[in-house]
Design a binder for this molecule. Structure first.
Ligand SMILES: [Zn+2]
Length: 157
């Protein structure tokens, strides 16, 4: 899915890495003749790319970014206790990742946009839900599950 560039850093080999709004890093090498990104070599060039969206395959694979910090697990939710709005299509908030842990039964995570694929999560398993993604959830009748919210490593809340 498309993610905006929010900054740049270098890896341990001196290659430029774009920092994406989702928390994932993505190499943006200038490596002629294979990859041509002359803009990455100058501060002005990089500044001009802030806000530009790149395709993030790690978000499509639902990979929680390294180093994000759990805010603590939320209440255990049973299928009968799921707020009605949670059965409808919703959009996760733009600043946080979530994990959905299934304790009993089964939950289906159904993305409503291109990129990630449908996930069936059964007891003892969990999935990560990226920020700013549209999805719907289906709980089995006996399902028990819990969300955990994650924030960026440099956030202080
Ligand atoms: Zn991502």
């Amino acid at each position: 899915m498309k993610r905006a560039i929010i900054g740049f850093t270098k890896d341990e080999h001196g290659n430029w890495v774009a920092l994406l709004s989702c928390g994932h890093p993505q190499h943006v090498r200038h490596d002629p003749p294979f990859t041509l990104r002359p803009w990455v070599e100058s501060a002005a060039g990089r500044a001009g790319k802030i806000g530009v969206a790149l395709n993030c395959v790690r978000c499509d694979r639902l990979e929680l970014p390294d180093g994000w910090i759990a805010d603590g697990r939320g209440d255990v939710i049973t299928a009968t206790g799921v707020p009605s709005r949670w059965w409808r299509i919703q959009r996760s908030d733009a600043e946080h990742w979530l994990t959905l842990e299934v304790i009993r039964g089964c939950v289906r995570w159904i993305p409503c946009q291109p990129g990630p694929s449908l996930q069936v999560v059964d007891a003892g398993n969990a999935i990560a839900i990226p920020p700013d993604v549209m999805y719907r959830l289906d709980w089995s009748e006996d399902a028990m599950s819990a969300f955990t919210r994650y924030h960026r490593p440099n956030e202080t809340d």
